[in-house]
Design a binder for this molecule. Structure first.
Ligand code: BGC
Length: 268
């Protein structure tokens, strides 16, 4: 019997007050999980996400923490465990871009992206795995001990000039995720990556906010539509649920076909 239910499971979604993180937090809540809505700025938007989750009868709390700050991450987990007792699902979603031509890129732009997109996933996954190992499998919640979902990108595969810091962080997430899946598979912790293409969120406004930009974006997407946050949320719920129990160490591309390189439909 396939189960997509996340009933009574405790989930943490980082960067959950907007965009993809918001949709995932709401999706997990709708599937029955109790959710920590992590944010860094704009507490009101985080509260709105928590309210939406509560409307499904699930519990939700908002917690402020910069995922690249070790102390803040530890305090966030302490507050989460006080409220929900444990963690079953971590969605390492928080991420950002600081775009620049490579020869003009500052060390601050490089460090900011690596610190949030890569080190942030390390700090959050480490605390989650410590708790999952301590607790072990709880059969009536999930056949797995824990599920970790790393937010990657099509740019763990597609090189991205003008965004070398971002592409480097996502390339690194591939090995981060696979190495964790290898190290903790025998302890029943599943680790996978979601690799979105162009999803309509604030991170890539420049790619869709004018008709010209959107038309040029469509030349990269065989399926001819921009992705929506809910497309990603549907996959995240599946990966968090026992319906995907035999999937670990996988990068799942969800991109309307961006990674089949439409430019090669003719010629080459
Ligand atoms: C980036 C977006 C971009 C998309 C496709 C994502 O990882 O954050 O800005 O539109 O990849 O290129």
């Amino acid at each position: 019997m396939i189960s997509y239910s996340l009933k009574n499971q405790a989930a943490l979604v980082t960067g959950a007050n907007s965009g993809i993180g918001e949709a995932i937090a709401i999706g997990l809540g709708e599937a029955g999980a109790n959710v920590v809505v992590n944010y860094v700025v704009d507490p009101a938007s985080a509260e709105a996400v928590a309210d939406k989750i509560r409307s499904f009868g699930s519990k939700a709390i908002t917690l402020k923490a910069d995922v690249s700050n070790e102390e803040e991450v530890k305090s966030m987990y302490k507050a989460m465990f006080k409220e929900f007792g444990t963690i079953d699902i971590l969605v390492n979603n928080a991420g950002l871009q600081r775009d620049a031509a490579f020869h003009e890129m500052t060390l601050d732009q490089w460090n900011k992206v690596i610190n949030v997109n890569l080190t942030g996933q390390f700090l959050c996954a480490r605390e989650a795995i410590i708790e999952m190992l301590r607790r072990g499998v709880v059969q009536d919640r999930s056949v797995a001990c824990g599920k970790i979902i790393c937010m990657s990108s099509v740019h763990e595969l597609i090189p991205w000039g003008g965004h070398v810091n971002y592409a480097s962080s996502k390339g690194a997430i591939k090995m981060f995720m696979q190495s964790l899946a290898q190290e903790y598979g025998d302890r029943k912790i599943r680790v996978n990556s979601i690799c979105p293409g162009a999803i309509q969120t604030p991170i890539n406004t420049g790619a869709w906010s004018t008709p010209q930009a959107l038309a040029s974006l469509m030349s990269l997407i065989p399926y001819n539509r921009i992705g929506q946050p809910v497309d990603i949320a549907n996959l995240a719920v599946f990966l968090a649920s026992d319906a995907s129990d035999y999937i670990t160490g996988a990068s799942i591309f969800i991109d309307g076909g961006m990674t089949v390189f439409e430019g090669f439909a003719e010629g080459g």
